[in-house]
Design a protein around this ligand. Structure first.
Ligand SMILES: Nc1ncnc2c1ncn2[C@@H]1O[C@H](COP(=O)(O)OP(=O)(O)OP(=O)(O)O)[C@@H](O)[C@H]1O
Length: 250
C-alpha cells in the first residue's frame, strides 16, 4: 500500500530525513516512534505530499508519486495524479484541524461535497453512520468549540473516513490530549485496526504501539534505525539507540 525508498529531505541545509525506507502492506498497522525532532512527522507529511522530498521514491498502492533518476533528479507526477494519489490517504493531525465555523456534521460532509462533488443527501447518512461509529452522533449539530479534545479527535477521524481512504495516516493523534482523553481516541483507532484499515501512526503511545501495531519503526535523527514485528521490537530491540530510547520511555 505504501512503498517509500531512500527518502531524503532537508530544511534550509538541515538534513531531516536521511535515506528513510518503509513499506506498508494492506491491512497493516505500523507505528513510528522516536525522539522529538527525529523526522517522524516530516516523513508522514512527505507521504501525503504536504512536504516534497529532495530524493527517493514514493509509490502508493503501486502508483508512483515521486521518483529519482540515476542522476539524482527527483520528479513528481502531474498535479492531477498527485491529487488522485492523495485521495487514497486520509490524515489525522495532532491539533485536529477541524473547521471551527462548521458543525460536527458540516466538518464531515465538507470534503466529500467539495472535493468529490457528492450531494448533501448522499453523504449525510454516511456521515451519521461514521458519527455512530466514533460514538458522537449526539454531537452531530455541535460546533467544535463545544467539544473536548478527545471528541474533536474522534470527529477528525470520522472526517478522514468520510473520504473513504484506503490508508489512514495519524500524526501524533493523542499528543495534544489530556491523559484521561487519550483512551477514547486509541479505542477508536484500535477498532479501525480490527477492521483491517491500513494505518501508519506516528505516536508516543508505547502501549498502542505494543498492543495494536503489527510493526513498529524507530526513527532517530532523521534515520529509520530499525523496524520489526511489535512483540519482537519491544522484547529484543537490535540497536543500542532503540534500547536507549525505550529505556527513556519507561
Ligand atoms: N517546515 C519546516 N521548516 C523547517 N524545519 C522543519 C520544518 N518541519 C520540521 N522541521 C524540522 O525538522 C526536524 C524534524 O521535525 P519533525 O516534526 O519531523 O520531527 P518529529 O520526530 O515528528 O518530532 P515531534 O515528535 O516533536 O513531533 C526538526 O528539527 C524540525 O524543527
Amino acid at each position: 500500500m505504501i512503498e517509500a525508498r531512500g527518502i531524503r529531505k532537508s530544511f534550509g541545509g538541515q538534513s531531516v530525513l536521511r535515506d528513510v525506507s518503509l513499506t506498508l502492506a494492506r491491512g497493516e498497522v505500523v507505528a513510528i516512534i522516536g525522539p522529538s525532532g527525529s523526522g517522524k512527522s516530516t516523513f508522514l507529511r512527505c507521504l501525503n505530499h504536504l512536504e516534497t522530498i529532495d530524493s527517493g521514491h514514493i509509490a502508493i498502492e503501486g502508483e508512483v508519486l515521486a521518483t529519482t533518476d540515476a542522476q539524482g533528479r527527483c520528479s513528481y507526477v502531474s498535479d492531477a495524479q498527485v491529487r488522485h494519489i492523495g485521495r487514497k490517504m486520509g490524515m489525522v493531525f495532532q491539533s485536529f484541524n477541524l473547521f471551527p465555523h462548521l458543525t460536527v456534521l458540516g466538518n464531515i460532509i465538507e470534503a466529500p461535497m467539495v472535493v468529490k462533488g457528492m450531494k448533501r443527501e448522499a453523504i449525510v447518512p454516511r456521515a451519521e453512520e461514521l458519527l455512530r461509529k466514533v460514538g458522537l452522533i449526539d454531537k452531530r449539530d455541535s460546533y467544535p468549540g463545544r467539544l473536548s479534545g478527545g471528541q474533536k479527535q474522534r470527529v477528525a477521524i470520522a472526517r478522514a473516513l468520510a473520504m473513504e481512504p484506503d490508508i489512514l495516516l495519524f500524526d501524533e493523534p493523542t499528543s495534544a490530549l489530556d491523559p484521561e482523553l487519550t483512551g477514547e481516541v486509541l479505542r477508536t483507532m484500535r477498532q479501525l485496526a480490527q477492521e483491517h484499515m491500513t494505518m501508519l501512526v506516528v505516536t508516543h503511545e508505547m502501549g498502542f504501539a505494543r498492543e495494536v501495531a503489527h510493526r513498529v519503526a524507530f526513527m532517530d535523527q532523521g534515520e529509520l534505525i530499525e523496524s520489526g514485528p511489535a512483540a519482537e521490537f519491544f522484547a529484543q530491540p537490535r540497536h543500542a539507540r532503540t534500547r536507549a530510547f525505550l529505556q527513556s520511555m519507561l
